[in-house]
Design a protein around this ligand. Structure first.
Ligand code: 3H9
Length: 705
């Protein structure tokens, strides 16, 4: 036996207990241990039944994701599961916590399965760019039917134990200790004289498989055309409906290996670990305890403020929403109600849950009402003088220890903190619009933000179900600072000869959720105008700027809200149409720069925009504004519509090869000027043949103990 797998003989029952914290991933030691335990149980004449349980918080959470991309080590999981299924003595698995991926596949290989009532089971491999590669695509349809199998395998969402019972995925539910339940069930099997019952010997139920498969195929091809794994998931389920188990498993294996070797798998696994890494803050002492946050407040009842208040209410945290006057307050509260009502209409929220959440939002107009709250998030107009007023008042009324947070998207957090006598309690919580929907939260660490406040901000992010990423103070933090470079280059492309359709189209083909011009039309061109003005004032005079956005603003073409911007919109319709008034604007902008308009190719468009992100990302990394390159990736994946299957801009650059990226950046520098000055870190890593992922900054912008 190995350390992680223990075999006990309790009368006629062999109890196999796996203990591989934190999530009982099925790494090589577990696979070896399971196979040994099973062979020993099979060989022991006294053993008449086998019970399998996991120690700790959960049943197996799946294959060990860290092993993907490494040389394979025997035994492979399908081999272990085949041995379990072939066992001549009945085997029962008792599931608690989550049985995911390979974990559920092990359970499906067992002859009987019971699950604790609060357990979840699922095949989430597709989210990692994979398909269930240890029999899941063959055994699940045999138990649950094609429709349910497609839903679970192509969608990747786990289901609760009760639903699993309904679909024959488990045989019975239990409460309490999995070990006791497994032993009791195994004993019952013996008492009732029940032998092995092999899922693989069943045939797939139902006669409409071909139709279901064709429909799902068409839907996936339309909805996620760039994704590699979902169509292969469907092909594997299709094999289950046509082939005997052994051949189906072979087909599954082929398809699994195609996914395993695809760049999309590498990118999605990178995204998985990036999310887990982000919560780790290098210089935060392990003993740091977050503060208790029982109540919160939000200043400002605009779209952002209301969205933030809803985030707290959705997480069950009572929140005060402050507006300056009664009328504005009522408008804000109505906005909160309207937002929830949309979810009710869509069926994702019940009427009673909406009322429960809205009841957690208390409208106030007086700062005195904030005296006792634990955390305040300011979401007022982006103007330093306005922020000053707000923070001075908060400093005057809030209790000691209250956290004062700003939702600023670009202003200097250190300056804001200096408006208070407690800069150590000030932190940035930069939500993204719509705040109640977008997962990203940039947690801005000021020069004097205390460890406890930073830890609390990260904990709050988790509680609000956000992807919280620590960033340092600089203009635009990580996301918007990079976006500025991206947007500017997109606009330079318009001056060189592209149309918004071409630029947006090329970037959408790359995988971006939306093109930059459609995004600008959506948020309003006037939004960026103040930022552009500020940038011009602070950036070196020899840098030239594109002028298309300013020309459109001057002509009152502000995007969707005026019905015309980079595109034209019919009333009540958000479909971007060609704006005939744009061509003269583009021509004038090109003429002013002395540029002859040319046809640009898609690759050039994509490189110009993406490498602008990457070059700036490299500067951000070197300055310690982001802790690690995967944090930058996470910001782009969760806040800017970057395709998860590309892993984020920095991972993408790593996968292209930093030497190639640098060569293009240098060319652009020679041709387009100093915006393209290569980041020193990019030059260094390219010269050393290294990647961003493998590099750690030596310092970070936070200072305070
Ligand atoms: C698969 O099974 C393929 C098979 O079909 C075919 C094989 C042939 N491996 O998320 P947390 C680590 S594909 C390695 O913070 P939670 C994680 O990195 C797999 N490590 O906890 C973290 O480490 P650290 C299909 C793993 O309680 C720690 O565990 N399965 C794995 O919020 C805690 O994780 C999945 O896709 C793993 N499989 O959530 C399930 N899983 O502390 C993936 C976790 O060093 N996992 N870690 O940062 C999850 O969805 C969540 O982790 C889970 C727990 C719900 C289990």
């Amino acid at each position: 036996m190995t350390d992680v797998v223990r075999l006990e003989r309790l009368g006629a029952i062999a109890l196999v207990t796996v203990n591989n914290p934190p999530v009982n991933a099925l790494g090589v030691a577990v696979r070896q241990g399971l196979l040994h335990a099973l062979r020993a149980a099979e060989a022991d004449a006294e053993v008449r039944a086998v019970a399998l349980v996991c120690a700790g918080n959960t049943f197996f959470a799946g294959a060990d994701i860290k092993e993907f991309g490494q040389p394979p080590q025997a035994p492979a999981l399908p081999e272990v599961i085949a041995a379990i299924e072939a066992c001549t003595k009945p085997c029962v698995a008792a599931i608690h916590g989550t049985a995911l991926g390979g974990g559920l596949e092990v359970a499906l290989g067992c002859h009987y399965r019971i699950a604790r009532a609060d357990a979840k089971v699922g095949l989430p491999e597709v989210k990692l760019g994979l398909l269930p590669g240890a029999g899941g695509t063959q055994r699940l349809p045999r138990l649950a039917g094609v429709a349910k199998a497609l839903e679970m395998i192509v969608g990747g969402q786990p289901i609760g134990a009760a639903e699993a019972l309904e679909h024959r995925i488990v045989d019975e539910l239990f409460d309490g200790d999995p070990r006791a339940a497994a032993l009791a069930y195994a004993q019952r099997l013996l008492d009732e004289g029940r032998g092995p019952r092999r899922t693989g010997e069943l045939s797939v139920p139902g006669t409409d498989s071909a139709e279901l498969i064709a429909a799902r195929h068409a839907e996936v091809a339309k909805r996620t055309p760039g994704l590699f794994a979902p169509l292969r998931c469907i092909a594997a389920v299709d094999a289950a409906t046509r082939l005997p188990l052994a051949e189906g498993l072979e087909r599954e294996r082929q398809l699994f290996l195609e996914c395993l070797h695809s760049p999309q798998r590498a990118a999605l696994v990178h995204a998985f670990f990036a999310e887990r890494q982000a919560s780790k803050i290098a210089d935060l002492p392990a003993a740091t305890r977050p503060r208790e946050i029982a109540t919160a407040a939000v200043i400002g009842g605009g779209t952002m403020g209301v969205g933030i208040a809803l985030c707290f209410a959705n997480a069950g945290v009572p929140v005060k929403l402050l507006e300056v006057g009664e009328e504005a307050l009522q408008r804000a509260l109505q906005r909160a109600r309207d937002t929830c009502a949309v979810s009710v209409r869509r069926g994702s929220l019940s009427e009673s849950e909406m009322e429960r959440r809205l009841a957690l939002i208390a409208g106030v107009t007086d700062y005195a009402a904030l005296a006792e709250v634990d955390l305040v998030v300011e979401a007022v107009f982006e103007d330093m003088a306005v922020k000053q007023q707000v923070f001075e008042r908060l400093d005057a009324v809030c209790k000691p220890g209250a956290i004062l947070a700003s939702n600023t998207s670009s202003l200097d957090l250190n300056q804001i903190a200096a408006f208070t006598r407690r800069p150590e309690d000030v932190v940035g919580l930069h939500f993204f619009s719509p705040a109640n929907v977008m997962r990203l939260l940039e947690v801005v660490r000021g020069a004097r933000t205390s460890h406890a406040v930073l830890a609390t901000a990260m904990a709050i992010g988790k509680r609000l179900k956000k992807v919280a990423v620590v960033v340092g103070v600089c203009d635009g933090f990580v996301g918007n600072r990079m976006l500025f470079q991206y947007g500017r280059e997109a606009e330079f492309l318009l001056e060189e000869g592209a149309t918004p359709q071409q630029v947006d189209g090329a970037l959408r083909t790359f995988g971006m959720a939306m093109g930059p011009f459609a995004v600008r039309d959506l948020s309003g061109l006037d939004i960026g105008q103040a930022i552009r003005k500020r940038q011009r004032a602070i950036l070196p005079a020899h840098l030239t700027f594109p002028t298309v956005a300013d020309r459109l603003c001057a002509a009152g073409m502000l995007g969707q809200k005026t019905g015309v911007g980079y595109y034209r919109y019919e009333p009540g319709n958000r479909t971007p149409l060609e704006n005939p008034a744009l061509a003269p604007v583009l021509e004038a902008a090109s003429r002013e720069k002395g540029l002859e308009r040319q046809t640009l190719d898609e690759r050039y468009i994509v490189e110009r925009c993406l490498y602008a992100l990457v070059n700036e990302g490299a500067k951000i990394l070197e300055e310690g504004i982001a802790q690690r390159s995967s944090d930058i990736d996470l910001i782009y994946l969760n806040g800017y519509g970057f395709p998860a299957w590309r892993g984020g801009p920095m991972f993408y650059a790593d996968s292209v090869g930093l030497d190639k990226v640098l060569a293009t950046v240098k060319e652009l520098h020679a041709r387009c000027g100093d915006w393209w000055k290569p980041a020193p870190l990019l030059e260094k890593l390219a010269a050393e043949g290294r990647t961003f992922s493998g590099w750690q900054p030596a310092h970070h912008s936070g200072e305070q103990a």
